[in-house]
Each structure stands twice: as C-alpha cells, then as structure tokens.
Design a protein around this ligand. Structure first.
Ligand SMILES: [Zn+2]
Ligand SMILES: [Zn+2]
Length: 254
C-alpha cells in the first residue's frame, strides 16, 4: 500500500500548498481520502483523475471537500468524451443536510455512498469494500458528523483519523495500524482550542502510543506553526517513528 499527501494544511493552505487530501493506492485501487481545495491539481501530479476508484469525504467542513466541485466538472468532461464513462464512488457522511444534498445532486458523475456508524455510542463501525480494499469508518469527536477511515489490503492497515478531539474510543479502531495518519492541528501552547474537536500534537502521539501503531504521520497543520515543534511534541508521547505530512510525500506500507 502507498499513501501520497496531496494537501496537509487546515483550514487554509500555506503558499503553494493545499488543504487536506491523500491518495491511498493498493493493488489496482486508487482511493482519494478528502478533497480540500488544491487537491485536484496535486492529484494529477501522481494519478490521472479518471483512474480513481473512489473518494471518501470524512466530513463536510469546506477545507475537506471543496475540490469536489472541481472534480465534478473533470468527471463530467471525461464522461462526455468517453474517457471515463463510469460514475465515481463518493462516500459522504450523513450531514449537515444542506452541504450533503448539494453534493448528492451530482449523480450524473458520482455514485453516492453513505457513511454511517452502526453504533455511535459503542465500538461498532461500518465495514464496506472499495475496489480491492476493506474500508471501515468510525465516528470521531468533531462539531459535525466526521469519520475516521481505516483501509486494509493484504493484511496491512492504514488509518486516517480525519478531524477529531481526544477520545479513547478511537484507540481500538487505530490498533494494529501499520501507518496512522493523524490530525495534529494544535501545539501545546494552543491546547485550549482542542475543545473545538481537534488534537494537540502531544495527544496525537498519545493516541498512537495507546494504540501501538507502527508509524505515526502527522497532518492537518495550522499554516503559521513551526512544524519542528509539532513533531517534537508528538515524539515525546510516542516511542515509534513520527513523520510530518507535506505535499508530495509518499509512505509505503509493505
Ligand atoms: Zn473539521
Ligand atoms: Zn479540518
């Protein structure tokens, strides 16, 4: 499996950067995790958009899905010229309804799939299939419906937390991950903002430590931060390898 960073900044990008988006590739499966602004342009440095198998939108905050409006036109053109006749699977959370309904209207190019947790209070999570991969979703702690996603292929597991505040509920979902792509929105000095549904880098490290993941990749960075501090704070809580997302960065899981 391979994970390529297309955008890692939130809620706005650094100069030349992009908001969250990640290309996960396994076998013949090409899955786009989130599609923030700037992601479609960066995607095409690595993959023809016609070759996408599916798109997962973790939640409907603008910086995680606004390039869907661009992708929609790209797919519309590809449908007209016959270069990609089939619709693209688009996984969406259940709300907020206004944003969801707007996207769900594009059924000419997208096959809309619903993300829903089976049991929001317990440890149940939705299991499905995308291409050759098993796909699982777990609700996170965020002001609107938001889902962490786990992708498994040939015994390997990559988990993406999406946006979340601290919750021990995530630990069993992250357990056994070969690679954890974890939001680390805040540094210790701004920990008071964590109540808004985000993690400090230290909490990201703590989650990785409790779940015993093999490798921790941090993402979802406030653009003004010195990321050396972010990395240091996560590393203090996690015994394994800590890495930082950056546009074009590739992690292989084998
Ligand atoms: Zn969010
Ligand atoms: Zn976000």
């Amino acid at each position: 499996m391979q994970l390529t960073v297309l955008g890692c900044w939130a809620p706005y990008p650094r100069a030349g950067g992009a908001c969250p988006g990640y290309l996960l590739q396994a076998g013949t499966t090409n899955l786009l995790l989130d599609c923030g602004n700037g992601v479609l342009g960066n995607l095409q440095k690595h993959l023809d958009f016609r070759k996408l198998t599916g798109v997962v939108i973790s939640h409907l905050h603008p910086d995680h899905y606004y390039d869907i409006f661009c992708l929609r036109h790209a797919l519309g053109g590809a449908k007209r010229d016959g270069s990609r006749p089939e619709s693209l699977e688009l996984w969406l959370p259940e709300g907020p309804s206004e944003a969801r309904e707007q996207l769900a209207r594009y059924q000419d190019v997208f096959l809309i799939k619903a993300i829903t947790a089976q049991n929001r209070a317990g440890q149940g999570w939705l299991e499905s299939q995308v291409g050759e991969c098993k796909l699982q979703f777990m609700p996170t702690e965020h002001p609107l419906p938001c889902y962490a996603a786990a992708v498994e292929f040939q015994g390997k597991r990559i988990v993406y937390t999406a946006d979340t505040g601290w919750t021990a509920r995530l630990v069993p979902f992250l357990r056994g991950a070969d690679l954890l792509l974890c939001e680390a929105s805040l540094q210790e000095a701004d920990a008071a903002y964590a109540a808004a549904g985000h993690l400090t880098a230290g909490q990201a490290g703590e989650l990785a430590q409790q779940a015993g993941v093999r490798k921790l990749a941090l993402t979802h960075f406030w653009p003004e931060y010195n990321l050396a501090v972010t990395k240091q704070e996560a590393q203090r809580a996690f015994d394994g390898v800590v890495d930082l997302a950056a546009e074009g960065k590739v992690w292989k899981v084998e």
